[in-house]
Ligand binder design. Structure first.
Ligand SMILES: Nc1ncnc2c1ncn2[C@@H]1O[C@H](COP(=O)(O)OP(=O)(O)O)[C@@H](O)[C@H]1O
Ligand SMILES: [Mg+2]
Length: 154
């Protein structure tokens, strides 16, 4: 990604879970079939909460919960949402064995928690979202997306 060639390169300070959801919802507006959102941040940072916002934008009414044990959850909305949690995966090979490439290339919006664990599986066009817990308890959410992210996923 070339600097300056960004649709998003922004930092949001979220003061509450609802604001974290709202930030996800706002990102949702720019997503298209095939978009990949790679979430980074430690346990409790707000990755699932942010995903709830993306789901809200997609019109998903079903409650979005952490896919830690299922690894992949699929929700149907305006565009299908594939919610992936890579925490329990050993790495890229493990993800590939689960059919990761087919999921990411499946025409839905793929949102991946613990994306750091499967770096080779994240397409270059992915939106990168880093969530950090601030000393006061709020969250710093940094969002970076290449301008053409919706087309450059495969
Ligand atoms: N800005 C915020 N301030 C305080 N709590 C927040 C904020 N954003 C999210 N949370 C809360 O943090 C907790 C952990 O969030 P979660 O999305 O489950 O984290 P992760 O998926 O990264 O482990 C949830 O209870 C969520 O509501
Ligand atoms: Mg989570």
């Amino acid at each position: 990604m070339t600097p300056g060639n960004c649709l998003f390169d922004m930092t949001v300070i979220s003061g509450s879970p609802e604001e974290t959801i709202a930030a996800g919802e706002r990102l949702g507006e720019s997503l298209k079939p095939g978009s990949v959102v790679a979430l980074r941040g430690k346990l409790g940072a707000g990755k699932t909460c942010f995903t709830k916002g993306i789901a809200r934008f997609l019109g998903i009414e079903e409650e979005v919960t952490s896919p830690t044990y299922t690894i992949v959850s699929e929700y149907s909305g305006k565009i299908p949402l594939y919610h992936i949690d890579a925490y329990r995966l050993k790495g890229d090979d493990d993800f590939a064995a689960l059919g990761g490439e087919e999921i990411i290339g499946g025409g839905g919006v793929s949102v991946i928690e613990w994306s750091e664990r499967i770096p080779e599986s994240i397409p270059p066009g992915a939106v990168i979202v880093e969530l950090e817990i601030l000393p006061g308890g709020g969250r710093k959410i940094s969002i970076r997306a290449p301008e053409n992210h919706e087309y450059s996923c495969y």
